[in-house]
Design a protein around this ligand. Sequence first.
Ligand code: FE2
Ligand code: FE2
Length: 283
Amino acid sequence: MIEQVLEKIFDKVDKIPTFPKVAMQALEILRKEDVDLREVERVIKSDPGIVANFLRIVNSPAFGLPQKVDSLFKALMLLGVNQIKFIIVASVAKNYFEKNLIGYGLSSEDIWLHSLGCGFIAEEIALDAGFSINKIDAVYVASVLHDIGKIVLDLYTKLELNKFIETFEENPKQDFIQVEWLVLGVDHGLVGATLLKRWGFPENICFAIRAHHDPDLMLQSDVAAIVALSNMLINMLGIGGGVDVFKYKVPSQLLGFLDIKQDRLLKYMKIGLYKSLVFKKEF
Ligand SMILES: [Fe+2]
Ligand SMILES: [Fe+2]
């Protein structure tokens, strides 16, 4: 049943460009045990757009480098694997968040700041948790792209807009996720995960996106739990959560599962807010 719903949605939505091959290849190389930066350079160089973006971001005041860097290899050497990945993922992701999401009441700036902020919070939690390089990679990709399903559904919900409005009026206590299930038979987490699966992303990334609004599923993987928690925290800051942002509360099971004390949350929220405001101009 769910498969049929997804097929129907994706059949009607053919306007989402595929995640660029060059970025996928670069991320794959960066997941290896011994990363060969020359190989990363070779792959990235085949896309002048990514190179230009990369150098612009690295030379931005947010990075505070002592001198201007005009060679891609030098930039890669200065950054380190995690930062390289973040720049690749975030600069590609930005292209997907360039339109206002009318059905969700979100401007392109809202959804972009929300995605970027979620990425920064998730990075901080994953670093504190001592995650391996591979898991940090999954956390980056899944957190920055966690709401990409909203883009697919926003294109689709225009066709079902009246049904959405009616369902909201009939069920004033339901949150947006429940209304997505009632009207469409899916939520944007499931749709986003399906999109990333089609693009060939690893299972743990797809699962974290699938689970980010599902209270049971988010407790089945630490990557999923971090993405879900980061999404809640950025929402609680009022950044890009949409119509029902202030309904969010962090469940104690989620904190218990990640072994995070309540008093750490403020630190993560501050970092998310600060970094996303500083870096949003650069991406
Ligand atoms: Fe979401
Ligand atoms: Fe979100």
